[in-house]
Design a protein around this ligand. Sequence first.
Ligand code: GCW
Length: 735
Amino acid sequence: MNGGEPEPHAAWLPPEAFRALGARRVLVHGDGPLVDTVFDEVVWACAGHGGQAWRTGVGAKSGDAPATGSPAPPATGSGPAADDPAVERPAVDDPVVERPMVGGPVDLVLALRGTEPVPPVVPVDATATPVGDDGPLGDEGFLLVRVDDVTVVLADAPAGLLYGLFELVRLGEAAFTGDRPAQPHRPALRRRMLDHWDNVAVHPVMGQVERGYAGGSIFWRDGVPHGDRDRLRAYGRLLASCGINAISVNNVNVGAVEARLLTDRLDDVAEIADLLRRYGVRVHLSVTFAAPVVLGGLPTADPLDDGVRDWWDATTRRVYARIPDFGGYVVKADSEGQPGPFTYGRDHADGANLLADALAPHGGVVHWRAFVYDHRQDWRDRTTDRARAAYDHFAPLDGRFADNVVLQVKYGPVDFQPREPVSPVIAAMPATRLAVELQVTQEYTGQQWHACYLAPWWSEVLGFRPWGPQERTVADVLADVPGPGPGRGGDLVAVSNVGDDPFWCGHPLAQANLYAFGRLAWDPGLEPGAILDEWIDLTFPAPTVGDPALVRETLHAVLDDSWRTYERYTAPLGVGFMVNPAGHYGPGVDGYEYSRWGTYHFADRDGVGVDRTRATGTGFAGQYPPPWSQVYESPERCPDELLLFFHHVPYSHVLHSGSTVIQHIYDTHFAGVQEVVAMRDRWRGLADVIDRAVYDRVAERLEEQLRCATEWRDQINTYFFRKSGVPDARGRRIH
Ligand code: GCW
């Protein structure tokens, strides 16, 4: 039961998505808790769709009792619940199982390779290493093959079977037809992590979830654990199914109550870890750098103080005694008021290494955020540039970070804007392990009221080549693909968009962003459109909707270009930050212009944009290696979409597109609103075709998106018309 909460939407794992798998005769072979999870999933799927499940290879025993007619799905209707007393684990727990190994026909085998003997039903050909394969499957990889009418998933470690299972779910019937040559699957990135900015106690300004747009937190409510264990279990399952394997459970702005999760509230963290572990998700914690003072009663948190080191060592030992597979710490230090090593005259390598040393004996990592800048800037001061800050702080420290420090860098140099250049820090730290941080929560991209599919944007970021067209991409750097530049590998991290809203994300279509994040972290080369197809097939299985082709076309029409549509009706040409400062939703063209936050557009009667050149501006363009340092330096070569990020230009400046800056502003803002009208109209075509609750929620949000986009258009166009005095060449209405 789920404590009286409304049933959450099944997201991309409705029971129907398991039909192909659940209609088969399935053998699961291997031991260990994650294999139990796989088996529970199979049993549940078979119970729903008429298949049969067997289990072998458990400990010294081997059993083959079929598990047909197994129990109904658990209360959430969205997957098995192992510790739910209603779910028996058939046969595997029987003390003695005398029956022979499964020898009869099966359609699917999920087997751990090291567990002998391999069941005879696995075709011999299926165990051969594929030609041209380049190495072991690792902790999370799997081999998928189909020969002699048997589909086989082989893995060397239990997590591989879990990911293999969800690959089969994605494939549906296609997993059980024809032959399939052996294909290894491995995640490109070792850690695929979601950060929750969830507060334990409700923050007076930021609420239960900082920048959360999906109700409250699924972890915490008003100072205590939320208590909906079914919801957390279902969450773990959603995460695993798209490949996410790590999570942090509290905000990087760590308040007084949240700080105590590290010590006397550790049990609350352990409870989450216990639930997510069965889906291969490790729990991390955001900690305050001042913890030795605020929790330990020490007079200092100086990273070079012996007492401070001892405190972190002892505290971390206690964490691991309670949560043996604890992932590590996430730290926002010396940033936006959070404490850090600067207080003691130390630098960020000193600070990060202090925590890294405490975590190292236990195999943990510290994610140390590079989001460090002066948030008390004087707007009159044109020499300070917030975009420069992360590089200026961190590039000189390259080589000084311990092995288990992961420097977590926002994808852009400023702050999660819908358009920014890729952060130059990524190319500047060859001797440092990096994580690139994305924002799934739509703080600056419509707050889950606007449909804005972000995978195309993330794909651009991950595919960016910091050293030029022949060299490695950002994703290659994180995946540790050999080549010049950084060679340490890294993580992909994102700020979660999930809350206790029945649709998980407020906007049902925002679920696609969460799904796409996990998939891109697993394989950054996946096409955003193909990921969307996967998500559509799983979320709206053909037998459950009136007109599957129409559903697919409509979702593509609404989502494919939605990020660019959002860009068109908001801040132009990469200038960023024209959001309303009160909450970052809707337009506020000058909202940040005379503020302390370092985010200005400098529009005057002649032109707009920030001069970040070496020649005449802040010099930020020089933080890139060539060719980008030269491309960005030049207003002629700079890509249109970043022009105002790097240059202050007259309104009459002609873009590569052939349009002037001012006409581009007018045209894109009129076009953006037209596109939202089209999105809304397309959606209406699904009124009687999909689940009514989903339809209504999206329809309601598209109306709001249209209202808000119109406001953006009119404020931006009016603002620039009044500043420049240049009329719209097409004579449209500007106020
Ligand atoms: O974009 C800003 C947000 C802050 C956030 C900060 C950060 C958690 O407005 O709410 O604080 O980024 O990334 O630390």
